[in-house]
Design a protein around this ligand. Structure first.
Ligand code: SF4
Length: 158
């Protein structure tokens, strides 16, 4: 990732963080957001997010499972500074659901615009695909390249 792309991706994170802070969703620190299969969702991330996450995240055991995030320890995130957009935006507060969708769509659109502007390509897949790839920018399977929201209801694995 070039310094220019990094700065633009981090600006997307900052805008999403500010929008979430303004919305003020409630967090019960249940850890639900990071236990994907148990609570019926999947965390999709882009290759930009994977690269930033893997640069700074602690070591983890491979293969990573699709069931939950290896960086959640005792209900806390051990990769908080570099966590992907879905982790920044997702809260299980029902009153925040509509705003969460708007913030997510805006942030993903901005990331796609960064990809288009810099010709990086666009890879989008469940977290575990990137964690198990040899390099974070290795493309996931074609069927997994796009999804409208980072955190979505689970579907059976192909
Ligand atoms: S990176 Fe952190 S916040 Fe995101 S799913 Fe993993 S433990 Fe949860």
């Amino acid at each position: 990732m070039t310094p220019e792309v990094r700065a633009e991706v981090l600006a997307v994170y900052a805008a999403a963080d500010a929008a979430v802070a303004a919305a003020g969703p409630r967090c019960d620190a249940s850890g639900r957001c990071c236990r994907f299969t148990e609570y019926g969702h999947t965390l999709f991330i882009s290759h930009f997010e994977a690269e930033l996450l893997l640069e700074a995240a602690p070591p983890f055991a491979r293969p990573a499972s699709r069931d939950g995030c290896p960086f959640q320890v005792d209900r806390l995130c051990t990769a908080r500074e570099s966590r992907p957009l879905g982790c920044r935006v997702y809260f299980c507060d029902p009153s925040y659901e509509a705003r969460m969708a708007e913030i997510t769509e805006d942030a993903v659109a901005r990331l796609k615009a960064v990809a288009d502007a810099h010709g990086t390509g666009w890879h989008y897949a469940p977290l575990h695909h990137f964690l198990n790839a040899a390099r974070p920018d290795d493309p996931p399977p074609d069927s997994m390249t796009r999804h409208p929201l980072p955190v979505v209801p689970s579907e059976p694995e192909a």
